[in-house]
Design a binder for this molecule. Sequence first.
Ligand SMILES: [Zn+2]
Length: 474
Amino acid sequence: MFEVILGLEVHVQLNTNSKLFCSCATSFGEEPNTNVCPTCLGLPGALPVLNKEAVHKAIMLGTALKSQINKKSIFNRKNYFYPDLPNGYQISQFEVPVVGLGELTIDFEDGSSKTIGVTRAHLENDAGKNIHAGDVSHVDLNRAGTPLLEIVSEPDMRSSEEAILYLKKLHSIVRYLGISDANMQEGSFRCDVNVSIRPKGDEKLYTRCEIKNMNSFKFIEKAIKYEVNRQIEAWEDGVYEDEVFQETRLYDPDKDETRSMRGKEDAADYRYFPDPDLLPLVITDEMMEKYSQIPELPDEKKERFVNDYKIKEYDASVVTASVEMANFFDEMMKEEITGKNAVTWLTVELQGRLKETSIENSPITAKKLAEVVKNIENSTISGKAAKEVLDFLIENPEEEVEAVIEKLGLKQVSDDGALLSMIDEILAANEDKVAEYKSGKEKMFAFFVGQTMKASKGTANPQKVSQLLKERLS
Ligand SMILES: [Zn+2]
C-alpha cells in the first residue's frame, strides 16, 4: 500500500496595470512586442524599478493565508538561458520571500476539513512567449516582466482530490481579493505539481517528479493520477530506481500521459545571487497597515450566510464558491426574502436557465430575481407561475416584475369573495360528488380543489382554496 505525497507551486499573474520592474502595460492579446521597453527587453544599462502595486497585492494574499510577512525580503537573479528570457536571468526571490509561512484550509463534501501548509509566496517576473510556426519560432516579449506571485505549498496533500480542493480554494481567494483575474485559459493561474509516493507508514520522502505548467483543474487531476500510477507500477515492477528520477515532466492531455521534459535542476544550477540593481524590499509599518486591509473571504462569507440568512452549510459553500455568485446572493437577501428560497432560485432556477453563461453576465439583476421570490412568499403568485415570470424576464430583462405578473395574468386570487363564488358554483354543479364526500369518500376533496384551480385558470391560491372548501363542506 502506498501513500501519495503532493506539493503544489501555483503561479498567479497579478493584475497590476504595469509590469513588475518597468512601466510597460500588462494587457493581454496585444500585437507582439509592442508592450516592451529597454528594461523588459534586457537592454544594457536599463535599471529595474519595483512596482509598489505588486507588493501591495502580495501582502493582501499573505494576509488572507495568515502568513508571516517578512519585513525585509531580497530579490535574486535566477540564471538560465531561454530565448523568451531576454536578460538571461529571471528576477525572483530565493532565501527570503516577501510572504513566509501560512496556511489554507480545504473543506471536504462530508463536512470535514484539513489545513494545508503554505511554505511561501514570492514575487518574480514572467518570461515572454515562444511561438512555434512550422520550422521557424518567434519570440513575443509582451508578457516578459509581468508580475507573478508564486505560491508554494508544503507537501501536505495526499490525493488528487485534496490537490484540486486546494487549487480551487486558492483560486477563489485570489478572485475574492481581486489581485488577479486568475483566468486559467490565458495562463494567469497555472500550476506545477510535485508528485512522489512512499510505502504507507514510511516517514522519508522519496524522489519527486514535477509536472509543469498546467492550467485546467481537469487535466491537473488526470496528470496526478497518471503520474502516481506510473510511480507505483515502477515500484511494484522493481524498476523504481531506473524509472523514477528527479525530473520535470509534461502532461499530454491528448494521450493522457506525462512525459519526461528535462532533468530537474537543483537550486544550485541557477546560481542565485542578490540582484545588485535592486534594494532589499522593506515593508514599513505604514505599508503593512495599509496593504493588509482585505475584503471578506469565502470562509467568512460562508459563516455569515449561515448565521444571518439561516441557510445550510452546504448551500453556503455553493453560493460562496465564486465571488460573483456570493455578491449576487448577498444582493438578493437585501430584499428580505427567505435564505433557503434565495438559494434555490439562484442556484437551480436561474443558473439552470443560464446554462453556460456565468452569473456575472446574468440578464436579470439580483434585485429582480429576489422580487420574483418575494412574490411567491407573499402568495401573489404560485411557484409555477414564478417560473413563467423568470422565463419571460430572461427574454425581456428590461421589464419590471410586477408588470410581468400583471401582463401574464398570473396574480393568484386570494380574495375570499371571488374564491367562494367559484367554489359555490362548483359545489352546486356537482351535488352527487358532494354527497359522496359527505358519506365518507374523503378522496373527493382533491377533486374539488382541482376544479377550483381549473376554474381560476391556476391563479387561485391553493392553501386558501383548501381552507375555504373545508369550511363550505363541513
Ligand atoms: Zn518594459
